[in-house]
Ligand binder design. Structure first.
Ligand SMILES: [Zn+2]
Length: 147
């Protein structure tokens, strides 16, 4: 008999072996890198932005199974979304998808590294396309209050 937890476990193993949206975008509009030294997870996210939408998104790097699975799910959720909708993505959108809502605190950084990189990439892009400094300050506050 297989329980719900087993199904989630299989999904995580599967994504970590065959991550979705893995690779690089050569002529990306924005890229961002960050790492989680506690575990050794290290990822880059590249995005191609067209008409205020995420036309394409890819990631590369290395990480534990949870990091790779969450980054796969996040890039899948993000692809095709408007930048406003990307701003609204929350941690439970990823955690819920993989049954990780009750993850131990020590692993939460593995799970949410991709979200941190995505939001940082988004704010970098928006910051470089905003003409008034008031908008940039709002974005910085949003980035700082992510967790
Ligand atoms: Zn990790």
């Amino acid at each position: 008999m297989s329980s719900g937890a087993d199904i989630y476990h299989e999904m995580i193993v599967d994504y970590s072996r065959n991550p979705l949206n893995y690779g690089e975008i050569e002529n990306h509009d924005v890229t961002f890198h960050d790492s989680n030294p506690l575990c050794g997870d290290s990822i880059d996210i590249d995005m191609k932005i067209d008409d205020n939408k995420v036309a394409d998104i890819k990631f590369h790097g290395k990480g534990c199974a949870i990091c790779m699975a969450c980054t796969s799910v996040l890039t899948e959720i993000t692809k095709g979304k408007s930048l406003d909708d990307v701003r609204k993505i929350e941690k439970n959108d990823i955690l819920g998808e993989l049954g990780l809502e009750h993850l131990q605190a020590v692993r939460i950084k593995c799970a949410l590294l991709s979200l941190k990189v995505l939001k940082s990439a988004l704010y970098t892009y928006l910051g470089s396309h905003l003409e008034n400094s008031e908008g940039i300050d709002t974005l910085k506050t949003e980035a700082e209050n992510l967790y």
